[in-house]
Each structure stands twice: as C-alpha cells, then as structure tokens.
Write a protein that binds this ligand. Structure first.
Ligand SMILES: Cc1ncc(COP(=O)(O)O)c(C=O)c1O
Length: 386
C-alpha cells in the first residue's frame, strides 16, 4: 500500500491513491500515457518505465489505487477478469490440483475445466459451504483453494476464515475472486487469503464501459511473480482502460452504498411475491448464510437472484415487460441489468454442472444499479404481474 495515503479511510484512498503521476503540469487526474516505449537516459538508467507491456504510468496509478483499497503490497491490472485468472493459474505447474466451488462464475469454470485441464492442471469442484467437503477433496498434489464469494448467480456465501484455516493446515495457497462485493464490502486479506482477483469490468469500474481485471498480492514474493507472468504473457490492460477504471474506482464507496440499498428493496419486494418461488439475497434474514454474510461482509451487495414461478415462459414475459432492467450479461454498472443464467452468463457450464450448482430454467439474476429504489421496485413488480 502506498505509504502516503495508508492512514486514510477507504473513500479518501479511492480518490487519491496512486493518482498523481504528472509532476510536469500537476494535472489532478492521471494522464493517459499512450507511449508504447520510453527513451533511456543512457545504457543503464531510465525513468522507471521502458516498455508498456512491462509497466505503464497510467496502469501503475490504477494498480497502486487497487492495492491500497484491498490492503495488498502490489497489484497488476490486466486486460480482463479472465486474464487476471489466467495469470494466477500460471503460478501452478502440470500435475498441480486446485479445489474450487461448484457454483463459480461460468467463464471461470470453463477456463478451469476445459482450458487449464488440457494443460495438465487438475480441478475438483466441491460445495465450498462445507469445510469438511473442502478438506476431503485435498490430495497430495493439491496446491490451491479457489474462493468465490458470494457465488454467482446463487449468492451462496463461503466462510472465508474456515477455508483459509483448512488451507493453512495443509500449506495451500488461497485465491479469492472478490468481484461481487469489491474491497468496499469484503476484505479477503484480513481473513487469511493470499491473492485476490477481480473482474474490474464490474463494480471497480462501475460504468459498463470497460472490460478489465486485476490481481492483488499480499506478499512481495507473490506480487513479483504475478508481475513477471503478466509481462511474460502480455496480459496487462491498456493505458486507456486503466484510466477509465481509475476514474470509476474513485466513487466505489458511494456507488456500493446505492447498489445495496436498491438491492435490499428489490429483494424484499420479491420475497413473498406470488409469482416468485425463491429469492437469493444474503441480506434477507431467511437466507441460509445471512449470519455468516453479516459477520464477514461489510454489506450485502448489489446482486439479487430469484426463481420465477412458471420457468422460462414466465421469465421471457418478465424480460419483455421491464423498462428499467435491460436484458444483458455482466453486472456492477450504475444501470440495472437482468439476465437468464441458463442461456446467458452460465451457458458456458455444462447442463449437468448447472444442475449440480442449483441453476435452473427458473433462475433469474439481477444486477441492481444506482437508480432510485422505488422506481426499480415498481418496474419489476409491474413486469412480474403483467
Ligand atoms: C465473479 C466473476 N469473476 C470473473 C469474471 C470474468 O471477468 P471478465 O468478463 O472481465 O473477463 C466475471 C465475469 O462476469 C465474474 O462475474
């Protein structure tokens, strides 16, 4: 974390950390340094930058900012969230075994089960809500436990401290995907996690106009290894995208407050509605992980999922009638989105894997934006009742 701002609160760090890179003109926002290369002073010294694939001042500003928000020693900003996950998978070698939840993001599941399995890594997908199931899945080759919480789309909450305790017993690395809550609402390093990944496409950028990712490390050893991999594989994000994410991240705190206020209002309306079978929102007292979420999270977040009565035909009717919820994948932007995991966000999972995770043709996922909660509730209600 940058020493300069480490003593300040979260939103102060979000606004200031890493930002001031222009000592020539003192610009208040970070310039977009588009240069691919940097001239050297002589054969051994340069400004600290030589080639943008390795490092870039705009990207560095974003990396310092996110490292500060997560409480890490270093971060690498990548081209996408999948690039961040690809980066950390290169910490392992063929034969290594990794344990992950059975209801992780569909794209992560595909990357693990298809791409990295072909490259010799091995994976077990287990019920991460059950620390015994995690312990039982450990083999002599296990090197890592992958944590994604709350899960996507059913918002099951993984007990991070219970999983990192198992990992410590067996000297395993833990990596957490903190995309769904962002560092404003969840701080995995404080619960024993070693490395954090994000799709910055979501809440960190927050405006649905960038795809990006990042890897944050708790130790210098991991930070150095991750920086090496990002440079070697060429996975770093562009200076323009870094500028946009840095612009977005400055308002992360107030946005997360607005997202979760709307999400709670939407969840309460859906809960008990005649056309809704089940609501998945850890903020509801009826959610099985409500107490755990209250303990390990600083809030319940902006994602709400539910099962609609009547399955796909009822879902199609609902999507056609909403005016404020656009039918689109992704999440974490200021505008509300609604989607159908079976054919959209989780289409990359096999039907069997979806079934095992509890995703059905009734399941609908909502990313609640920052619009006025009463407008969102009224719009969704009229769409459900039409
Ligand atoms: C939890 C989670 N992790 C990772 C990703 C992948 O990020 P990206 O789409 O930026 O590659 C997503 C995308 O939806 C996600 O929801």
């Amino acid at each position: 974390m940058s020493e300069e701002y480490s003593k300040y609160g979260f939103s102060t760090r979000a606004v200031h950390s890493g930002v001031n890179k222009d000592s020539l003109y003192n610009s208040c926002t970070t310039p977009i340094y588009t240069s691919s290369t940097y001239y050297w002073n002589d054969l051994t010294t340069n400004s600290g930058y030589d080639y943008t694939r390795s490092a870039n001042p705009t990207r560095k500003a974003l990396e310092e900012n996110i490292a500060s928000l997560e409480g890490g020693v270093g971060a690498q900003a990548t081209a996408t969230g999948m690039a961040a996950i690809t980066t950390v998978m290169h910490l392992f070698v063929p034969g290594d075994h990794i344990i992950a939840g059975n209801d992780i993001y569909g794209g992560t599941y595909r990357l693990f089960a298809d791409v990295f399995t072909k490259m010799g890594l091995r994976f077990s997908f287990v019920d991460m809500g059950n620390a015994d199931a995690v312990r039982e899945a450990i083999t002599p080759d296990t090197k890592c436990i992958w944590i994604e919480t709350p899960s996507n789309p059913l918002l099951n909450v993984v007990d991070i401290e219970a999983v990192t305790a198992v990992a410590r017993e067996r000297r395993l690395l833990t990596i957490a995907d903190n995309t769904f809550l962002s560092p404003y609402l969840q701080r995995p390093f404080e619960m024993g996690v070693d490395i954090i990944v994000h799709s910055t496409t979501k809440y960190l950028n927050g405006h649905s106009d960038v795809v990006g990712g990042c890897v944050v490390s708790k130790t210098k050893e991991h930070a150095d290894k991750v920086a090496y991999i990002v440079n070697a594989l060429g996975l770093g994000c562009s200076p323009f995208d870094a500028f946009l994410v840095l612009r977005g991240v400055k308002s992360l705190g107030p946005r997360m407050e607005a997202h979760q206020k709307g999400a709670m209002a939407v969840a309460r309306m859906l809960d008990g509605h005649a056309n809704v079978e089940k609501v998945y929102y850890p903020g509801l007292e009826s959610h099985p992980d409500h107490e755990l979420a209250k303990r390990q999270q600083k809030g319940f977040g902006g994602m709400v999922s539910f099962d609609i009565k009547g399955g796909r035909p009822a879902a199609e009717k609902l999507f056609a009638r909403t005016k404020l919820f656009q039918l689109a994948e992704s999440l974490g932007g200021i505008e509300s989105l609604i989607e159908y995991p079976e054919t959209m966000s989780h289409a990359s999972m096999t039907a069997q894997a979806r079934l095992a995770a509890g995703i059905s043709e009734k399941t609908i996922r909502i990313s609640v934006g920052i619009e006025d909660p009463q407008d969102l509730v009224a719009d969704l209600k009229q769409a459900l009742e039409g």
